[in-house]
Design a protein around this ligand. Structure first.
Ligand SMILES: NC(=O)C1=CN([C@@H]2O[C@H](COP(=O)(O)OP(=O)(O)OC[C@H]3O[C@@H](n4cnc5c(N)ncnc54)[C@H](OP(=O)(O)O)[C@@H]3O)[C@@H](O)[C@H]2O)C=CC1
Ligand SMILES: O=C(O)C1=N[C@H](C(=O)O)C[C@H](O)C1
Length: 247
């Protein structure tokens, strides 16, 4: 398949390598500084069959609208735009395009989401256990908490009745029993660690997903684009990984 990469930074370059290994061709890159094209245009996508974006949230709805109205399927890994998801869905629906969005495209993290959902559900009847989250990322990361942490938190809130909302730093008060605290740390070169701790007076259970590098994120996004080619509408990575894990 002929692919355009939007956002030619750490992830864009990793996607290029993995896509080529899977037999695809990168026909263009769009990035204000490092791309063959500095912005999305008809010229940038003239030979393109599908797009993978790992960029910044600014202008994301314009890019979705551009691609969807030209019937070019797009996989979006960019995080930090969750409040615009409903609008994106409307755009894709009204223009008849195809979009796959996920805060974390690594198969391991998606397996982790399912394990955490199950664990959160199990402690519904074990009131002694509180639950909390930590995430660690490299110092260049722009959004906080990470998209993955917000996805995980959403899954915990859906499955554990006593948690009703999320809170994160700065924290200058006690945690309420119905709050899920997310601690975020930035530093060094960490590709991404997400930890869920269930803590009781007697013991502590720690579940953790730790990315060794960015290859998992990139390969999931490329396989996600292959999956999306047959589809229309806006899809969440959950549906894609459910298909992958259950096939
Ligand atoms: N879903 C997933 O599995 C994963 C998601 N991510 C997310 O992907 C995003 C990118 O991460 P990463 O590659 O590490 O970040 P980088 O900063 O290395 O790369 C982002 C690139 O996008 C460029 N860019 C900014 N605005 C635009 C635009 N409008 N059009 C095209 N390109 C643009 C940036 O240019 P400039 O630097 O000049 O601004 C930069 O080169 C983040 O949101 C991150 O959270 C990361 C890993 C996995
Ligand atoms: O910016 C990153 O690096 C990552 N971003 C994603 C997120 O915000 O969850 C996925 C992964 O954790 C790496």
């Amino acid at each position: 398949m002929n692919i355009t990469i939007i956002g030619y930074g750490r992830m864009g370059k990793e996607v290029e390598q993995i896509a080529e290994k899977r037999g695809h061709t990168i026909v263009s890159t769009v990035d204000p500084v490092q791309g063959l094209f500095s912005e999305l245009s008809d010229e940038a996508v003239k030979d393109t069959q599908g797009v993978i974006e790992f960029g910044l949230p600014e202008g994301i709805l314009d890019r979705i609208s551009f691609l969807s109205s030209r019937n070019i399927p797009v996989v979006i890994g960019t995080t930090g735009w969750q409040e615009q998801e409903a609008k994106a869905e409307e755009i894709v629906k009204s223009t008849g395009g195809a979009l796959l969005y996920g805060s974390n495209f690594s198969p391991g993290a998606n397996l982790f989401f399912r394990i955490v959902e199950e664990a959160a559900g199990l402690i519904n009847s074990l009131d002694d256990y509180d639950i909390m989250m930590h995430e660690y990322h490299h110092k260049k990361k722009k959004d906080s908490p990470s998209g993955t942490a917000l996805t995980l938190a959403g899954k915990i809130l859906e499955n554990l009745e006593r948690k009703k909302s999320i809170c994160f730093d700065p924290l200058q008060r006690e945690i309420r029993d119905d709050e899920l605290h997310i601690g975020t740390v930035r530093g060094g070169h960490i590709p991404g660690i997400h930890r869920v701790t269930m803590d009781s007076p007697a013991d502590s259970i720690v579940l953790e997903h730790s990315a060794r590098n960015r290859s998992g994120f990139a390969s999931g996004s490329v396989i996600g684009l292959e999956w999306l080619m047959e589809k229309r509408g806006m899809h969440h990575a959950d549906s894609f990984f459910r298909d992958l894990m259950e096939s």
